[in-house]
Ligand binder design. Structure first.
Ligand code: ACO
Length: 335
């Protein structure tokens, strides 16, 4: 049986920085409120007129990851693209990456698991590699949120949180079972699907229906979040799923060299850090600079931590996510 490991990482953030002070100018909010509740100071939004899109940001991050892996796009056997904000309703963004990278007929699969998307995608890549079906898998998380948020006071509880960006990793086959992806655990609980959701437009709420109703209070085409309920569930599920992976790996929480939590809210990360008694050097956070980039947040943070030399050979790394669905999961990696 093969094992899988990460051999290349890349990230891409749009240049356009939107600070809390910028948001104060367009909605009733404050830098103090946003920082106190979420830790966020600024985020990136794709600038109006920019060519960037969900797939293009993914392509830019992927090119870096592939080059750092010492491969060329033609070496990639499978693309997994995690996003909740695809370029089109269909087809998925993965095929657009396949075309942009000119990888002939390479299978490309979108993973629609929201904030847990990247963890689900890494677990999926791991399984395809372990069975021997594919050798080199490109795993992307990319989100273009800013175009679809309600940037008025009505949408402030959500729109201040989310940002745009992309991260990517290349995973490959390894014959060493002591290093690489040691375990992954994935969960969902659909009874809470509507607590963090975007209901329409969809097959449950087609565009003509929304237009016919012409109801100014119908905001079903904007994301909805029951913030406090999400927060309460997130801290429990993050803790459970990190512990499950750590135990399966034969580690203790204090052995973790780098925990990369999905950047949902700095308060959630701090809660988890405190619960496991981890120091600031054992947990990576960059939500202060990028906001919550959903499926992109873990690969962006993982890439940054690696670029800063905080993840190196021998590091015990845990990726953990919780999000809409609800869905949650973790991956334990011996680097
Ligand atoms: N600026 C100023 N005031 C605001 C803002 C804002 N941006 N947003 C909401 N408020 C106001 C509300 O209107 C409310 O006012 P009221 O008391 O007069 O009615 C007050 O602030 C408190 O609102 P709550 O929604 O109760 O605020 P809460 O303390 O729950 O914080 C938050 C909101 C930050 C979203 C929090 O619930 C949270 O972090 N939830 C976790 C969810 C999360 O992290 N989501 C990220 C995406 S999901 C994911 O990735 C898992």
């Amino acid at each position: 049986m093969f094992n899988s490991k990460i051999i290349g990482l890349g990230k891409y953030l749009p240049d356009n920085v939107v600070t809390n002070a910028d948001l104060e100018k367009i909605m009733d909010t404050s830098d103090a409120w946003i920082q106190e509740r979420t830790g966020i100071k600024e985020r990136r939004h794709i600038a109006k007129g920019s060519d960037d899109s969900t797939s293009l940001m993914g392509v830019k991050a992927s090119k870096i990851a592939i080059e750092r892996a010492g491969l060329t796009p033609q070496d990639i056997d499978l693309i997994l693209f995690a996003t909740l904000s695809p370029d089109y309703y269909f087809p998925g963004s993965g095929v657009l990456v396949q075309e942009a990278l000119q990888i002939p007929e390479c299978p490309a699969m979108d993973i629609r698991m929201q904030c847990s998307g990247f963890v689900y995608a890494v677990a999926t890549a791991d399984q395809f590699i372990k069975t021997g079906m594919y050798k080199n898998v490109l795993v992307i998380g990319s989100e273009y949120h800013s175009g679809g948020l309600d940037m008025t006071t009505r949408g402030r509880n959500i729109s201040v949180i989310f940002g745009d960006g992309a991260g990517a990793v290349v995973m490959t086959r390894s014959e060493n079972n002591e290093t690489g992806i040691l375990n992954s655990q994935l969960h969902s609980e659909g009874k809470h699907a509507k607590e963090l959701s975007l209901i329409g437009p969809s097959t449950g709420r087609w565009v003509p229906e929304i237009m016919e109703n012409n109801d100014p209070d119908d905001i079903s085409y904007y994301p909805y979040m029951n913030g406090q309920f999400v927060f309460k569930n997130a801290v429990v599920r993050f803790s459970e799923v990190i512990m499950a992976g750590v135990k399966k790996a034969g580690w203790k929480p204090e052995n973790i060299d780098m925990l990369i939590p999905h950047q949902a809210n700095l308060r959630i990360s701090q809660f988890v850090q405190k619960k496991f008694g981890l120091s600031d050097t054992q947990v990576y956070n960059n939500i202060q600079r990028y906001g919550n980039t959903t499926a992109a947040s873990i690969p962006i943070a993982l890439t940054e931590a690696w670029e800063e030399g905080k993840i190196k050979e021998g590091s015990k790394v845990v990726l953990a996510a919780f999000g809409s669905g609800f869905t949650w999961g973790s991956v334990s990696i011996q680097w």
